[in-house]
Design a protein around this ligand. Sequence first.
Ligand code: C5P
Length: 226
Amino acid sequence: ASPLTVAIDGPSGSGKSSVSRALARDLGLAYLDTGAMYRALAWWALERELDLQDQALVAQAARDLPLRISTDPDEQALSVDDTDVTQEIRQTRISAQVSAVATNLDVRGELRRRQREIIEQERQRSGGIVVEGRDITTVVAPDAEHRILITASEEARLARRALEVHGSAGAEQLAATRDQVVRRDADDSTVSTFLEAADGVVALDTSDLTLEQVISAVHALVRGEA
Ligand code: C5P
């Protein structure tokens, strides 16, 4: 079979990571979580106590970033300079500050270059890759064989993220999650188009679907049945 790239974008809390990983596993493809790369850079910049507002300094850190990321959907491992940061990059302090590095255009240039390299490599090596993020369908891999935007209502996204982070979706947990989800999407959308589907990108509204239903819908799209 010819190599396959499946590009999946969506806002935070859309469920795109779970869907993308499951799809890669089912199709026997590699998997790349590009958000993890931005998170790793934010972690490293904070570790080195860099001023995240210093554009030139953070851009240089992106070029120097000694990052290793697994493309195995069953092994989500990520290290910076041999320090395993797989868990650390999920901390709230990283979620709260990652947009500051991700809205740096030189940072984006560097991380996109690395992402395209990984995609090319996995197309040769693994027969293809599922890549998820915010600008994959539009900028990183606009020529991907499949381009999908996973959307969900703000209400649904808040509830999912609250459950994931706090274990429940009561009023208090929803309020605590709001900054992370809503403010972050607002900041991120100043540099990427992921709130609406671009030309040629198929939008899938998952507000009223279970994870299993979303996975089957994406399978149908990739098989060309939808
Ligand atoms: O997907 P996740 O929520 O882990 O992404 C973390 C952050 O990385 C996003 O909030 C955004 O700032 C940045 N990001 C990006 N472009 C991508 C993927 C993620 O700017 N393709």
